[in-house]
Design a protein around this ligand. Structure first.
Ligand SMILES: [Zn+2]
Ligand SMILES: [Zn+2]
Length: 338
């Protein structure tokens, strides 16, 4: 009897030990699982309902590409990244079930903005292309013009004062460039005469600045352009040459979005620009850290969602200054080609 009881007791102890080990294993697995998927478990912001306007900052590495989709499905693409990003932009459009674009804006003829344009124009039907009107000597620029001629047959030159009524109450206004074009600026003339547009929908607004330079900002300020905006697409990938204090004081952005590559060698975004954005109280999102960034706005409220999460320490840390030549052009470097 005693031996039997002892056996049962020892069996009981053995089973208890197994249960403890198993339990600990389960807890460890659960902790590991939660840690792996910690980003995805962050509660999503309250969904924006009603007639929703979407602005997507497409992660194209070092370059710019923004997609606007209105509640009535009017679509505007601003820039298309480098040539190798054409497929990525097109895939994004397909993902959004977009097979035609009402307007494509080429902010200026640098390859990190128009490189992917040819691919996009070939893949989806485009009704109109708005261009800065500045010519460039590169093959990339010539290819874009050929694609526009072949697939669109229409090129509109941007002029401050033009307006595009997207849906009822959703307006895209051209703020720049204007004649005479800015010349002999400290950085690049092509950047300085980028197409600058603002998007308005109720109390939501967004300013798209292309690769604007310091002089572009000064001219917009001098012209008394309507600059105050909820969201600022930070100029020139966060370069130190733009997004100056006096400009930010006028824009007063709540949100600032920087398009730049995770491995860019140009020092984008720079610490100086991030510090200026911090001083103005903007919340910063970066495609190099957050991936694709989407803003949903219904005219009274808005929300920002990102493909990935980033820590404040990473967001506010600039990259090491580099050459600051981000044009990605295949031509020999020249002063006006940056
Ligand atoms: Zn540029
Ligand atoms: Zn650029």
């Amino acid at each position: 009897m005693r031996a039997g009881q002892r056996r049962r007791q020892s069996q009981g102890g053995w089973r208890g030990g197994l249960l403890i080990v198993g339990g600990l294993g389960l807890v460890a697995t659960a902790v590991w699982f939660l840690w792996q998927f910690r980003d995805r478990l962050t509660p999503a912001p309250t969904p924006i309902t009603g007639k929703v306007l979407y602005v997507h900052a497409i992660d194209v590495g070092q370059g710019d590409s923004y997609l606007i989709v209105t509640p009535e499905r009017k679509t505007v693409l601003i820039d298309a990244g480098l040539a190798e990003s054409g497929a990525r932009v097109t895939a994004f459009l397909r993902q959004q079930k977009i097979s035609s674009l009402d307007l494509v804006i080429a902010t200026h003829p640098h390859a990190d903005h128009i490189g992917g344009m040819g691919y996009v124009l070939e893949a989806v039907s485009v009704k109109n292309v708005l261009d800065s009107g500045q010519e460039h000597t590169t093959l990339t620029y010539r290819r874009m013009l050929e694609a526009v001629k072949k697939h669109v047959g229409r090129l509109t030159i941007a002029k401050a004062g033009q307006q595009f009524n997207l849906d009822n109450g959703i307006v895209l206004s051209v703020l720049g460039p204007r004649q005479p074009w800015l010349q002999n600026v400290s950085g690049s003339d092509l950047n300085a005469n980028s197409v600058v547009v603002r998007l308005d929908y109720g109390n939501f607004s967004m300013l798209f600045t292309g690769d604007a330079e310091d002089e572009t900002e000064d001219r917009l300020l001098a012209d008394g352009a309507p600059l105050q905006a909820t969201v600022l697409k930070v100029a020139h990938h966060g370069s130190r040459h733009s997004t100056k204090d006096r400009f930010l004081r006028e824009v007063k952005p709540t949100i600032a979005i920087i398009s730049c590559g995770a491995t860019n060698r140009y020092g984008h975004p720079t610490q100086a620009t991030l510090d200026r954005l911090k001083r103005v109280g903007a919340t910063v999102y970066r495609t190099d850290l957050h991936g694709d960034i989407t803003i949903a706005a219904n005219g009274t409220e808005y929300a920002v969602t990102t493909a990935r999460q980033a820590t404040p320490a990473d967001i506010w840390r600039g990259r090491q200054p580099g050459t600051d030549n981000d044009s990605g052009d295949e031509m020999p470097r020249q002063r006006t080609g940056r």
